[in-house]
Design a protein around this ligand. Structure first.
Ligand SMILES: C[S@@+](CC[C@H](N)C(=O)[O-])C[C@H]1O[C@@H](n2cnc3c(N)ncnc32)[C@H](O)[C@@H]1O
Length: 227
């Protein structure tokens, strides 16, 4: 069992402005641990919305702290600071980048990301609330997802296929309001195969972990240049 990274260096005051690891974080860790063998060998790891940095530090334990480049983005400057500290406390070199989704990194990461992870603001709110949270919220940015809880996620879904390397895998946290099966269907039209790898009820939330990759035949075609 891979231990949950320590966040004991972060204070209650930090968690007033940065998302504290919760059930959605922990189901994501469990799904990643379940796939650990598949994920080893990833060389470029990108977490969107890294918050405390707990998930990226866990990915460092799976893939090896010095075996991959760990990029982490967040819109929240407090999150970027906490992510860096969590990297140091867990001996994983995390590189936080303060940006909207992948804005500061795209297109340098085109077809380069081996492992992409997003635990997004997935809670259904009205669009104005999600918009305000994205513009100048702090902790609200962690959860306010707008109509269907999909306003932020949808913007990332448009980029996933161009971000993933030929072997790339993408993990997404979702709840039923986000329509996980519809997400899988929509991503199929974008050339990615998706499935639900883990489900768990946590209080009122019914959490799902979705995993996407290129279909096996296209993976072989891209990896193997021989006819
Ligand atoms: C549900 S929290 C997840 C935090 C952490 N990854 C975890 O699992 O505990 C969502 C995170 O996404 C960040 N976020 C929201 N909108 C974003 C955006 N447009 N670009 C980058 N990060 C964003 C929030 O600031 C927050 O840290």
């Amino acid at each position: 069992m891979i231990p949950t990274p320590t966040t004991s260096h972060l204070s209650a005051a930090d968690f007033e402005s940065v998302y504290e690891p919760a059930e959605d974080t922990f189901i994501l860790l469990d799904a990643l641990e379940q796939d650990a063998e598949l994920l080893k060998g990833s060389r470029l790891v990108l977490e969107i919305g890294s918050g405390s940095g707990c998930v990226s530090a866990f990915l460092g334990a799976i893939c090896g702290p010095s075996s991959a480049l760990y990029l982490c983005t967040d819109l929240n400057p407090h999150a970027a600071r906490c992510t860096a500290l969590t990297g140091q406390s867990n001996s994983v070199p995390l590189d936080p980048v303060l940006t909207d989704l992948t804005s500061a990194l795209h297109p340098r990461l085109e077809h380069a990301v081996d492992l992409l992870v997003f635990n997004p603001p997935y809670v259904e709110t009205d669009d104005a609330e999600a918009f305000d949270a994205q513009e100048d919220g702090v902790i609200e940015r962690a959860w306010a997802g707008g109509i269907g809880g999909m306003r932020v996620t949808n913007r990332l879904l448009e980029q996933v296929e161009t971000l993933l390397s030929p072997r790339g895998i993408f993990y997404l946290v979702a709840v039923p309001e986000n329509k996980p099966l519809q997400i899988i269907e929509d991503m199929k039209a974008r050339g990615l195969h998706g499935e639900i790898t883990l489900k768990r009820r946590a209080g009122r939330e019914h959490l799902h972990i979705l995993r996407f990759s290129r279909p096996a035949e296209s993976h072989t075609a891209v990896d193997d240049p021989t006819p």
